[in-house]
Design a protein around this ligand. Structure first.
Ligand code: SAM
Length: 316
């Protein structure tokens, strides 16, 4: 297990939001190394059930080993939660309308520490490695993506996902180099970023950090997956069920916040109408008005909790 070590973030508030009870059914759509899941497992044993998604085969293997000791009914699905609905049905699960669903669901977006720390995966530019960045380890690599994308499209991605002001110039240069087959490694991309955005200054993040983040989000279609997940998940949570979502990026948190608001206030009638005629019923309520963030104590232990934001929703 130690080769897949990830400290679960916001563990205490996550457990408070999920409120696990013995016998509960738990769905974890970003299982990782089962950090959160093993804490939940110990609380729902001996009759509880776990269903876990991760698109990364390394994470799935580590989670399987870690969860085995709890002897719970466990289903591991190596797939993206973009296909939540189809995957759950294919594995024989029923949604809440058909008497099924889950008591608790957790989504903890982004990367596991081992994905970042294993430099061969191409998520980090600390050492030279192929420009890969695929969480699932299959499909188009970052190098292939950059070699085929239109520079204007890449500029939009850099600007919208990571607020990069020099996005046009940077995108043009990246695409030129990638299309000639001359941009294949993490350090080549980091060096190219410095050439346009400036070299890192002491005490400031490396300029390539935000470029890598934007490209990673695009290569893995992370926002597309979150949109699909937020559309499907209400069907899979039982009455009284709890949903906890941890985001690390403002684009993720905005999607979560807006979806939860829509679930609580679904009425689409114009405000001038004296009574509701759309008859859309609330699905439940937001559990905390403001997102929960890491305490200074947690940040001292785990700097990767820095940008984490937790939101919870209680379904009727
Ligand atoms: C922050 S980690 C989760 C860590 C986990 N909660 C723990 O405590 O060990 C996020 C995990 O979600 C996975 N992941 C990200 N996007 C995914 C998606 N669309 N579908 C399935 N897994 C995804 C990543 O591969 C990664 O292992």
């Amino acid at each position: 297990m130690d080769e897949f070590h990830h400290i679960p973030v916001l563990l205490e508030p996550v457990l408070k939001t999920l409120a696990p009870h013995p016998g509960d059914r738990y769905l974890d759509v970003t299982l990782g190394g089962a950090g959160h899941a093993s804490e939940v497992a110990s609380r729902i044993a001996p009759d509880g059930e776990i269903v876990g998604f991760d698109r990364d085969p390394d994470a799935q293997r580590a989670a399987g080993t870690r969860l085995a000791v709890f002897n719970l009914k466990t289903t591991l699905i190596q797939a993206s939660f973009i296909d939540l609905d189809a995957q759950l049905r294919a594995h024989g699960f029923d949604d809440r309308q058909n008497g099924g669903g889950f008591d608790m669901v957790l989504a903890d977006f982004g990367l596991s520490s081992p994905q970042i720390d294993n430099t061969e995966r191409g998520f980090s530019f600390q050492t030279e490695a192929p420009l890969d960045m695929r969480m699932s380890q299959v499909g188009e690599t970052a190098a292939e993506f950059l070699a085929r994308i239109d520079p204007n499209e890449l500029a939009d991605i850099l600007y919208q996902y990571s607020d990069i002001r020099q996005s046009r110039a940077l995108a043009r240069r990246i695409c030129e180099r990638a299309q000639t087959g001359d941009l294949r490694t993490t350090t080549q991309l980091a060096e190219l970023c410095c050439g346009i955005m400036g070299y890192p200054k002491p005490g400031h993040p490396h300029p390539a950090t935000r470029v890598f983040q934007a490209i990673r989000i695009a290569v893995n279609d992370e926002f597309g997956a979150i949109d699909a997940f937020l559309k499907d998940i209400p069907r899979w949570i039982k009455p009284g069920g709890r949903l906890a979502i941890i985001s690390f990026h403002s684009g993720e948190d905005r999607r979560v916040k807006e979806a939860m608001h829509r679930w609580q206030f679904p009425c689409t009638c114009p405000p001038r109408l004296p009574v509701c005629v759309c008859h859309k019923k609330p699905l439940g309520r937001v559990m905390n008005k403001k997102a929960i963030e890491a305490t200074p104590e947690e940040l001292a232990r785990n700097s990767r909790a820095r940008s984490a934001k937790l939101r919870g929703f209680l379904f009727d």
